[in-house]
Ligand binder design. Structure first.
Ligand SMILES: O=c1ccn([C@@H]2O[C@H](COP(=O)(O)O)[C@@H](O)[C@H]2O)c(=O)[nH]1
Length: 284
């Protein structure tokens, strides 16, 4: 198979054609129940299939939350494999939210799990945690570059607990979060129209970026979770991201999923969020 076009270029095109919204596939036990499904493999499978059927042909990115599949063991992972393949076949980019991070050959194995085109869970991009040091992510960064996939590094997460680590200051006075964004800016240097190496920066962080001395412009995508159930709205995006808002991929999971299992209702909800984002970001 020929190598894919770089993820950043594929993502920019998808954002231009479909709008930048990313919808999560998060089969919480409470959502399975609200959809009238069992908290079991059959329920998981129906939930994933319905979400993919409703949204994969219209949103730029679908983001399965791996944890909700892994809790069912190998059969849950098999459902995840199918969801990823079906979503990609229907035209969505798949961002696997696995938040992996380790060292050396272990990190390389995580990278192969999601970014090797021959792997059963091959996805367009994966989230990673830099808590073992940005340099420890090198196997994933290198494999992404080679395979035309992307990596999203946790920088300023949407949860309030993240600040104690991410706002911490290094000896040179830079915050940990700002340092992660510096690394990503360097990783994306010279990439056009957009780099493949993204940051996770919560939409909940109005004021938080300045506090952490962070410039969100990294030449790559900015995944912004926190809209909907966590309280942020599309109108917060320009406040949080300023001029970098054009590179933001806003994520909504429960805010859309709570409208299921009706396919039309899921689509209408995603369309409403997409309209709100368009209005807030000023792209038409
Ligand atoms: O900082 C982060 C990083 C990841 N997430 C994930 O995004 C979704 C958000 O779900 P909602 O239902 O829209 O709250 C979920 O999978 C999180 O694990 C995040 O929220 N914040």
């Amino acid at each position: 198979m020929p190598p894919l076009e770089p993820f950043g270029a594929r993502l920019r095109r998808a954002m231009d054609e479909r709008g930048p919204l990313c919808v999560g596939i998060d089969p919480h036990a409470a959502l399975l129940s609200a959809w009238g499904l069992g908290d079991d493999i059959a329920g998981l499978e129906r939930f994933a299939r319905t979400t993919v059927e409703a949204l994969a042909d219209r949103v730029a990115v679908l983001k399965p939350q791996s944890a909700f599949f892994e809790r069912f063991g190998s059969r849950g992972v098999a459902v995840l494999e199918r969801a990823v393949a079906d979503a990609r076949a229907a035209g969505a980019l798949v961002l696997m939210d696995a938040k992996r991070g380790d060292i050396g050959s272990t990190m390389a194995a995580y990278a192969e799990t999601y970014l090797d085109p021959a792997a059963p869970l091959f996805s367009d991009a994966v989230t990673v945690s830099p808590y073992l040091g940005y340099g420890a992510l090198r196997p994933a960064l290198d494999l992404a570059r080679a395979s035309g996939t992307g990596v999203f590094v946790l920088a300023l997460t949407s949860n309030p607990e993240g600040a104690e680590v991410q706002h911490a200051l290094r000896a040179d006075g830079r915050s940990v979060a700002a340092t992660m964004l510096d690394h990503l800016r360097a990783e994306n240097a010279d990439a056009a129209p957009m780099g493949s190496f993204g940051a996770v920066v919560g939409a909940t962080l109005a004021g938080g970026l300045t506090a952490a001395g962070v410039d969100p412009a990294i030449g790559g995508p900015l995944l912004a979770p926190g809209i909907g159930a966590q309280g942020a709205t599309a109108a917060d995006l320009p406040k949080v991201f300023g001029a970098a808002v054009r590179d933001v991929v806003p994520n909504v999971s429960r805010g859309v999923l709570r409208h299921g299992p009706d396919v039309s209702a899921l689509r209408e909800s995603a369309a409403r969020f997409a309209d709100e984002v368009r209005e807030a970001v000023g792209t038409g």
